[in-house]
Every structure is written in structure tokens, then in C-alpha cells.
Write a protein that binds this ligand. Structure first.
Ligand code: GLN
Length: 207
């Protein structure tokens, strides 16, 4: 069975553990560099990307995590997890809807928000609004085993730029919501909250 680490510093990691078990993997919680070393692949849950990023930095395995991914370890991030994977992050204050677009504002944001920065996309945080603007939407994907699924969007980001090496597997209207760059998979929504959604089984095929 594949040993899949689930980053368990914050967020809905338990839902991912359940989904991975249901998909036939052996998931376990990752809270340290030692835990990370045991993982064949990693999942980063939804939650709060700023908190997860700071904790990864404080617990001293942000750089190791990035290096493992760059060395080919498959990783799947959902919502805040996708934000942590993204190369560029825009937007900071959901209530004010502030978007940091100038280079100086971006730099300030990057300093405040440590990320892994391995997936060549730009994300805009909290792009649909605050918690009360969360919603469900039916999605169609280009993954043969997952033709359709129920997208759960909770204070979701929008992917506003995709690099040429990034494949869009599903979109909502014109916004990419599920993307893949080699063995890096990212969703702006929460498939872990929909039992049997099939995306975890798909991720395991990349491992
Ligand atoms: N809004 C959160 C963030 O910016 C993500 C929300 C989620 O993961 N459901 O990190």
C-alpha cells in the first residue's frame, strides 16, 4: 500500500486521511521533517494557507518539503493546499478584497506568506468572497475515471494564470479549478469532503 503523508498542522486533514484510506492507500499524518521523510507522496489539505505556511516554516521543514517535491515526490493540494503549492499568490484580505498586484506589494505578501512555490500558477486568494459566499458546483473533468464531480468551494482561490507546463483538468466557467503539472496536482475546491469523488484514487495513479 502506498504511504501517503497528509500535512496535519492545520485544516481538514482528517477528511483527506479518510478519502485516501477509501482509495486504498495507507495515509498518515505529517507534523515534522521526520514524518515527511517516510512519505512516498504528500497531500496538503484545505484550511488557512498563511497559517500552514508559517507553521511549516516554524517547524523547520518548509525547505525540505519543497526540495522533496522538486526531486519528484508527488503532491496534491486542495484549496489552501493549492495556494501553498502556487508559484505566485495574490490577494490578502478577504473582507476588503485587497489584491496585491504591484511588485512591492507582492514582495510584502510573499514575505508574510511563506509558500512552497512549485506549481507554475498564480492564485488569487478568497476570490469568490468570504465564508458565506462558499458554494457547490457540478464539475466536469478530463480524467476518464472522474467524468463529473461535485465541487465544494469554501473561501476558494481562483487560478488566474497557468504556466505552459500546467494541464487544466477541470474548469468552472472559464476558471481552471483542477490542474496538474507532472506529479503536482492542485484543486481550488475540496474533493476530500465528497465521499467517492475519485480524485484521490486518480492522485494515487500519479504516485
Ligand atoms: N481562504 C483560505 C486561504 O487563503 C483557503 C480556504 C480553504 O482552504 N478552504 O488560505
Amino acid at each position: 500500500m502506498k504511504k501517503i503523508g497528509v500535512l496535519a498542522l492545520q485544516g481538514d486533514y482528517e477528511a483527506h486521511i479518510k478519502a485516501l484510506k477509501a482509495a486504498g492507500a495507507a495515509p498518515f499524518e505529517v507534523r515534522s521533517r521526520d514524518d515527511l521523510q517516510k512519505a512516498e507522496a504528500m497531500v496538503i489539505p484545505g484550511g488557512e494557507s498563511t497559517v500552514m505556511g508559517s507553521l511549516l516554516e516554524r517547524f523547520g521543514f518548509l525547505d525540505d518539503f519543497r526540495e522533496r517535491i522538486l526531486a519528484g515526490m508527488p503532491v496534491f493540494g486542495t484549496c489552501a493546499g493549492l495556494i501553498l503549492l502556487a508559484k505566485d499568490v495574490e490577494g490578502e484580505d478577504p473582507a476588503a478584497g485587497v489584491v496585491a498586484r504591484s511588485p512591492a506589494a507582492q514582495e510584502k505578501l510573499r514575505r508574510r506568506q511563506p509558500t512552497l512555490g512549485v506549481l507554475d500558477v498564480t492564485v488569487l486568494r478568497n476570490a469568490y468572497g468570504t465564508q458565506i459566499d462558499s458554494f457547490h458546483a457540478p464539475l466536469v473533468t478530463s480524467i476518464p475515471t472522474v467524468p463529473t464531480l461535485d465541487g465544494v468551494f469554501i473561501r476558494a482561490p481562483k487560478i488566474v494564470r497557468v504556466g505552459s507546463n500546467v494541464e487544466v483538468l477541470s474548469s468552472l466557467k472559464s476558471d481552471p479549478v483542477l490542474v496538474r503539472q507532472g506529479t503536482i496536482l492542485g484543486a481550488t475546491f475540496h474533493p476530500e469532503l465528497v465521499p467517492g469523488a475519485g480524485i484521490h484514487a486518480y492522485f494515487l495513479t500519479l504516485v
